[in-house]
Design a protein around this ligand. Structure first.
Ligand code: IDC
Length: 332
């Protein structure tokens, strides 16, 4: 009897342990998205299969923080069929990271951390975007950028779903050689913490001159891609030619921001040109991220200005651009 009881207890323990093991490994697998890498011009998964990210960018994190919430991220993943979110951290413009107070920096970093956690829980990739704009040269705030990316990469080194975008849109005549110098420093800093996260590098002229970058790409680093930004109301065939030239030269491209309004983020939508761009992106399996998740009164906002909700939007609450975009992401 005693032996039988011992045997039963043993069996019970074994069942418990196997349940625990199965449960915890399940949790790990569910939480972690497959790590991405770059192969040739393409973003791929661990098996080398092409991956095309489709995402939405926040507006400035200081301007529209309310959309960084778990419900919104989970809702967009499920209903808009997207798999990435970009967190736009303005550096210089209105209450940006490099011009505001220490308290503001802390609040912004907290917002980023929330975005990273919400994205993971929603099962989406997340891009931490150092959103330079009026500060056209990324070297203007280079010191702050290096300190920032060091901290981010250290914090998120174990996370498989985090990508780093190191300078949104260099402009104001900033040359590729200057961006290249900056990029080398930031990449080195990130790599000291995280040896393989995907890093996105901006290109001259508001991230359009990818053909120029292709002539002298960064050498000796893996998992680096170059950003191409377009607004179909302004940019068409000429810019696609540059993109094609870059691809032909073997440059991996990532469209980390786009719209179909004009480049000001306002004006009429050009759906015809937008359709041409989508054909190009899908043909080349280029990842794309739509600007912007807000209800600001501008045609590049995905929500109508009358939409007050911060998740669970009905189609009627999406702007014309929002409707167009969601139709595209759901189509494939
Ligand atoms: C725009 C916003 C607008 C804001 C302006 C200035 O839509 O509400 O007032 O920035 O900060 C970009 C930039 C992106 C711009 C967007 C539209 O990366 O920050 O957002 N755009 O102008 N590049 C091309 C277009």
């Amino acid at each position: 009897m005693n032996r039988y009881r011992k045997w039963m207890t043993g069996c019970f323990m074994m069942v418990c342990v196997s349940f625990l093991v199965a449960f915890s490994s399940c949790r790990v697998q569910a939480a972690k998205l497959p790590k991405l890498k770059v192969k040739g011009t393409q973003l791929v998964n661990a098996k080398g299969k092409a991956v095309q990210l489709k995402g939405v960018s926040t507006h400035g994190l200081s301007w529209y923080p309310e959309y960084v919430n778990q419900k919104a991220f989970t809702y967009m993943k499920k209903n808009w069929k997207i798999n990435a979110v970009r967190l736009a951290l303005y550096t210089s413009d209105y209450n940006g990271y490099c011009v505001g107070s220490a308290a503001n920096r802390k609040a912004l970093e907290k917002r980023i951390d929330q975005g990273v956690q919400y994205a993971e829980k929603a099962g989406m990739y997340v891009i931490i975007d150092w959103h330079i704009l009026s500060d056209g040269n990324p070297r203007t705030h280079e010191k702050k950028a290096l300190a920032f990316f060091k901290r981010m990469a250290r914090k998120y080194r174990k996370y498989t779903h985090v990508l780093y975008e190191i300078c949104n849109e260099p402009n104001g005549g900033t040359k590729w050689s200057t961006i290249r110098t900056y990029a080398k420093k930031v990449i080195k800093t990130i790599r000291a913490q995280d040896k393989d996260a995907v890093i996105l590098v901006g290109t001259p002229v508001w991230s359009q001159d990818v053909d120029v970058a292709a002539k002298n790409p960064l050498k000796g680093y893996k998992n680096v891609m170059y950003t191409l930004h377009f607004y179909a109301g302004t940019h068409g065939g000429e810019l696609r030619k540059k993109a094609q030239a870059a691809l032909d030269a073997g440059l991996p491209l990532f469209v980390s921001e786009f719209g179909i309004s004009d480049a000001s983020g306002n004006g009429r939508l050009n759906t015809k040109e937008g359709n041409r761009w989508m054909t190009f992106l899908n043909k080349n399996k280029i990842s794309y991220v739509a600007w912007n998740l807000s209800n600001k009164q501008e045609s590049s906002a995905l929500l109508k200005s009358s939409a007050k909700k911060t998740t669970g939007w009905k189609t009627s609450q999406l702007s014309a651009w929002g409707k167009w975009f969601v139709k595209k992401t759901k189509a494939k």
